[in-house]
Design a protein around this ligand. Structure first.
Ligand SMILES: [Zn+2]
Length: 455
């Protein structure tokens, strides 16, 4: 390097000297340089390998790590004003939740269900620089009788399934999500219509279909670990159906996990199917934890709970998740939890594509910090830290089909970037306190780059 700036290229913001974890799966770039101009990443290289353009502003990131902005692949942003949380005006609360994402480095959100399609796509998609970038399904499609959520659309026959899928897509849905009562024949119609318009289909299955059936009907993504019924023997199934029905069983009964041998050939065959079909799995371990471990103080007081308004915490405390578990249910809960952790670990080793999502704003799942909880839980399944970071960056972008623009630190991508002190490959906790967050090249949060807010 001759030290003379290269005058031929457009001046840029040069983020220089930090370790770059680019999200591609490649080894981190030590003493890396990332050039940003016009909202995009214009170059990525090792210090000294090329000369920055003339007139560029250079920021020294020595000792810091630079990564793609994080993606929470399972949230419900449009639900926030509906939940109200006992406040008179839910809109300021909504703004606070949205800002919290970005403060924690979450620059993109995949919204897997909103009550109001118009509101979702008018307000959330137009966005605000201080909010995460929004991709959403709008209201979920369900079979009869339909899940208990506002705005959910129940379809009763193939013609309705087709018409409603088309309506969602014409109104801007980035993908389509089906819910727990969706049946096979209706799902096939939804999948065929969505795919013919280049949209993916995500499924939260559970009552009418198993995950295996949903995958065989062509869904692209599975939400939660609502998997297991297909792995049981007839006797085990009969045992479960003889137990009292609990309030949330239609949405997320984890009872099958009491019986499942995660290392069995049957589980291996199911994972083979997921890999063969290229299905994405967003396990939302934070949701499972919130349900199965909500008696634990640490789970009821996650990081950031002190910044939540009392009304939100009160609502979560009052509603909690589970108030109808029997003693036997609570005795089985630690096993159900552990088996899910083991299952995600095996799914990862098997090659299933795993994305990081939280299911915020379910009880005690916080905007922003909740994703960091999910990352730590994914790491606890045996996923290496770098892979966990990819689950919240590249894989999230691929799941949305926006990998051309997002998910990695590579030339040509939008400059959604996270800069943190320390090395998150040694401790994921470093990701929780970003030094700077950029969205499309603009510093939107964190103290580090505040003076570059106009680049
Ligand atoms: Zn959800």
């Amino acid at each position: 390097m001759d030290g003379n700036p290269n005058p031929a290229r457009t001046p840029a913001l040069i983020l220089s000297g930090g370790t770059v974890i680019d999200g591609t799966g490649r080894k981190p770039i030590e003493e890396g340089v990332v050039e940003v101009a016009g909202g995009r990443i214009t170059n990525v290289y090792r210090q000294g390998d090329t000369t920055p353009p003339a007139g560029s502003e250079t920021v020294d990131l020595t000792g810091k790590t630079l990564l793609p902005g994080l993606i929470d692949s399972h949230v419900h942003l449009g639900l926030l004003p509906y939940n109200r949380f006992g406040v008179d005006d839910p809109i300021p609360l909504f703004h606070r939740f949205m800002k919290a994402f970005v403060e924690y480095g979450v620059t993109t959100a995949r919204c897997t269900g909103s009550p109001d399609l118009d509101w979702s796509f008018r307000i959330l998609k137009d966005g605000n620089p201080e909010w995460p970038r929004f991709y959403g399904s709008g209201p979920n499609l369900d079979g009869p009788p339909g899940g208990p959520h506002p705005g959910l659309r129940v379809v009763r026959n193939a013609a309705e399934a087709r018409a409603q899928t088309l309506d969602l897509i014409e109104n801007g849905a980035d993908f389509v999500k089906v819910y727990v009562w969706m049946t096979g024949d209706l799902l096939r119609m939804v999948v065929s219509e969505a795919h013919s318009h280049g949209r993916r289909v995500a499924a939260h299955v559970g009552n009418s279909l198993t995950a295996e059936e949903a995958v065989l009907h062509g869904v692209d993504a599975l939400e939660h670990i609502r998997i297991g019924e297909e792995l049981l023997t007839d006797e085990q199934r009969a045992e479960i159906s003889g137990l009292p029905v609990r309030a949330h069983d239609h949405l997320l009964s984890f009872r099958p996990w009491r019986y499942i041998d995660v290392e069995s050939d049957r589980v291996g065959a199911l994972l083979d199917l997921f890999v063969e079909r290229g299905v994405y799995l967003t396990p939302t371990l934070t949701l499972s934890r919130s349900a199965l471990r909500n008696r634990e103080e640490a789970v009821r007081k996650p990081e950031g709970i002190g910044q939540m308004p009392d009304a939100v915490v009160d609502t979560w405390e009052r509603k909690g998740w589970i108030n109808d578990y029997s003693t036997e249910d609570w005795e089985a809960a630690p096993t159900e939890w552990l088996r899910q952790i083991e299952f995600v670990g095996r799914a990862h080793r098997h090659g299933v594509k795993i994305a990081a999502g939280t299911d915020m704003p379910n009880p005690f799942i916080l905007p922003g910090s909740g994703l960091h909880d999910e990352l730590e839980l994914l790491h606890s399944t045996g996923m290496p830290r770098q892979t966990v970071i990819e689950a919240a960056t590249r894989v999230g972008a691929e799941l949305l089909g926006v990998e051309r623009d997002l998910g990695t630190v590579e030339k040509g991508k939008l400059a959604d970037l996270l800069v943190v002190d320390g090395n998150p490959l040694e401790d994921l906790g470093y990701l929780r306190r970003p030094w700077a967050i950029l969205k499309e090249g603009t510093a939107v949060s964190g103290a580090g780059l505040a003076r570059f807010a106009t680049i």
